[in-house]
Design a protein around this ligand. Sequence first.
Ligand SMILES: [Zn+2]
Ligand SMILES: [Zn+2]
Length: 212
Amino acid sequence: MTLDLSVAGVQGTYLGWDLPAHRAGCERTEWTVDLRTEHGAYRHPIQGRPHDCPNEHCDHSTTLTRVVVRLLCADCGTVETIDAADPLRERTTTARGGYGMNPRPMYGLYLYPGAPWLDFGRRGTPTPHDYLVTTTIVDRLEAEHVVGQITQALGKRGAVRWSATALPRPDGPILGHGALRWSALREGISSVGSAAKWIRRQVDAAAGGDTA
Ligand SMILES: [Zn+2]
Ligand SMILES: [Zn+2]
């Protein structure tokens, strides 16, 4: 599924990422990663014109910081380099961004934590993330695994509430944040657990099971 996604929010945490490609037949999924940082690299004039750009945060200097990411798979002999001028770099943690954390099992569902769209609940609750929800544990979360989404919302007097969406449907409405379309939405939920329970009911109802 091709999704037009920003990297923000829980959908951007997991969906829309590509794995670097090994050569056909290579069984490895891992890469050896190296970073090379070159401070004061010469900024080449573009089409003979000295650098001039509208970015107010740019110092327009004749030098830049160049970062090269080098990927190696010695098994299939692939070397890929990604060469970037003045790239934005950010180091964070799995706990902060959600990505890389284990999913939380709940009501036979798995809640994959991702970056919250809104930041206000992050420190105010013991469940500081938004979630994509699946019915199975997966190695790599893709759109086709997703059965629901749980996101923070703001309730009355600043209380943290949760919104849940369930059952992706390609022709359904976009509800809440992100590019996935859904069959159902519920807002104003008081906890992540209640949101998961609601998604469980939607999944069971769609499967023709118990809807109680
Ligand atoms: Zn500039
Ligand atoms: Zn390979």
